[in-house]
Ligand binder design. Structure first.
Ligand SMILES: Cc1cc2nc3c(=O)[nH]c(=O)nc-3n(C[C@H](O)[C@H](O)[C@H](O)COP(=O)(O)OP(=O)(O)OC[C@H]3O[C@@H](n4cnc5c(N)ncnc54)[C@H](O)[C@@H]3O)c2cc1C
Length: 452
């Protein structure tokens, strides 16, 4: 199909970008994927993720009797972002989400299912889909397997995209740094799927000062390359202050997960006090935890919540890491986590009372699956930055746009490289709205290039 000497599409970044490679190949296009990190399959954000991908109107939802639609999903995005999200992009991603997931299951072979044991904050329907073990590494491994078995996709690793330039012949070139020197690869189009700038401390301090002091728990490859490459081509940027935070990272660098909270756990500071409604969302709770006394805290749960969370590889890793404290009652728990026993007992009693009769607690929390019962467990947690959500402005086909709204010819962006759909700051992030722009924009870019 290509009128140029090289592949139809160069994808930079072997995370969510691999979906573009597979979708383009399924439509007859040739693809070269360039990836800077030899260990990408366990080091990038897609591999580190919990593999929760939202889809509205999927067959799994219909089978489970869950009513949902792209419009309902869009309304949830609007509500969570207070209307600040890029409406056109959010509508495009909500609209493609079911088709994307069904294609990933049917054509790529991902063993997807709908999560129905608990609901994430802000989603008005069960719409997060995942793989067994709820682990991104397993999901990405299946995608990589499909890429390696495709005749139309080549993978070049390590190879770092450093620029996209138009040659004297008017043909686009992907400029790639390899161990053998620089290569210039002629191509019809380039997809920037290189994620955001979470690993660049200076950019984080400049754009996200409220979370700059927190632990960065994301891909080391997220150094903002797409921003630099895109800006040289006149691309517009937006939402650079947007990020996904998390308040459930443990000192063992494992993720306790917010399913703990949604099943009824509470988060206390180092004094044993709660400091907000945890069910508003884990992303914004990172900054809240950072601002709380001690800047760190504990998730307090019971055996019922513990059992419910064992379906998560991340949670099992947390238990196996040995960071969890266990205690027969509130007094023993206070001793184990070194807080005032009276304060902790009062905190747990107030939470119990609210959970038992459903009245809002002092922080306005009304979502409790059930009251917490002794014996207890406590997991130490620190605030973290997981990934940035601002980046290059793209349209509903993932085409990179200039400030005047025109498209940069041949340039697409997806995932953390592109401006997302979470509005500003951390509070607009809905679970799954990291992977949906990563997989969904990659999918849409491939279809646009193929004229599908
Ligand atoms: C612990 C954790 C849990 C998460 N859980 C979820 C979840 O359940 N659901 C959800 O929606 N989101 C989740 N997220 C967020 C989600 O992981 C990201 O939003 C998403 O994976 C981003 O995908 P990506 O393709 O943009 O980036 P990545 O998956 O990071 O891929 C980018 C790739 O580009 C490579 N690269 C960088 N620069 C270059 C270059 N110049 N040339 C070539 N290659 C380059 C990198 O090495 C990397 O392999 C989670 C994040 C973390 C950290």
């Amino acid at each position: 199909m290509s009128a140029v000497e090289g592949p139809d599409l160069v994808v930079a970044g072997a995370g969510g970008g691999l979906v573009a490679a597979l979708r383009a190949a399924s439509l007859g296009l040739s693809v070269l994927v360039v990836e800077r990190n030899e260990h990408f399959a366990r080091g990038n954000n897609t591999a580190m993720s919990t593999a929760m991908v939202p889809g509205a109107g999927t067959r799994w939802q219909r089978e489970a009797g869950v009513e949902d639609s792209p419009e309902q999903f869009l309304a949830d995005v609007r509500a969570k972002t207070h209307g600040e999200a890029d409406e056109r992009l959010a509508a495009a991603l909500a609209g493609v989400s079911a088709r994307l997931l069904e294609w990933l299951a049917d054509d790529v072979g991902l063993p997807l299912s709908l999560v129905t044991d608990f609901g994430y904050p802000g989603h008005s329907a069960y719409r997060c889909h995942t793989v067994p073990g709820r682990a991104g590494q397993a999901m990405l491994a299946d995608v990589v397997r499909a890429v390696r078995s495709s005749d139309l996709v080549d993978l070049m690793v390590p190879a770092r995209l450093t620029g996209v330039e138009e040659g004297d012949d008017g043909v686009l070139h992907a400029v790639v740094d390899t161990p053998n020197g620089e290569e210039r690869i002629p191509t019809r189009a380039v997809l920037l799927a290189t994620n955001g700038f979470g690993a660049d401390r200076e950019l984080v301090a400049e754009h996200l000062p409220e979370i700059a002091g927190a632990t960065y728990h994301g891909s080391e490859g997220s150094t903002g390359d797409a921003l630099r490459i895109g800006e040289r081509l006149g691309a517009a940027t937006a939402y650079l202050d947007a990020y996904q935070g998390h308040a459930a990272l443990t000192p063992a660098a494992t993720l306790a997960g917010w399913a703990t909270v949604m099943h009824g756990a509470v988060v206390v500071d180092v004094a044993g006090r709660r400091f907000g409604d945890e069910t508003t969302g884990y992303s914004e709770y990172a900054a809240a935890l950072q601002a709380a006394e001690g800047g760190r805290g504990w998730i307090v749960l019971d055996e019922r919540v513990h059992e419910a969370c064992l379906s998560f590889t991340d949670y099992r890793d947390t238990v196996e890491s040995g960071v969890t404290r266990t205690a027969d009652d509130a007094a023993a728990l206070a001793a184990a986590i070194e807080v005032d026993p009276e304060v902790l007992a009062a905190t747990l009693e107030a939470a119990r009372a609210s959970a038992a009769d459903g009245t809002p607690d002092e922080h306005g929390r009304t979502r409790w699956e059930a009251p917490l019962e002794a014996p207890y467990r406590a997991v130490p947690v620190t605030p973290a930055l997981f990934h940035t959500q601002g980046g290059l402005v793209v349209d509903e086909h993932a085409r990179v746009l200039r400030a005047d709204g025109s498209a940069v010819p041949g340039l697409y962006a997806s995932g953390g490289a592109a401006a997302g759909i979470s509005g500003h700051g951390a509070a607009g992030y809905l679970a799954g709205n990291g992977l949906l722009p990563a997989l969904g924009l990659a999918f849409l870019a491939a279809e646009h290039l193929a004229g599908h």
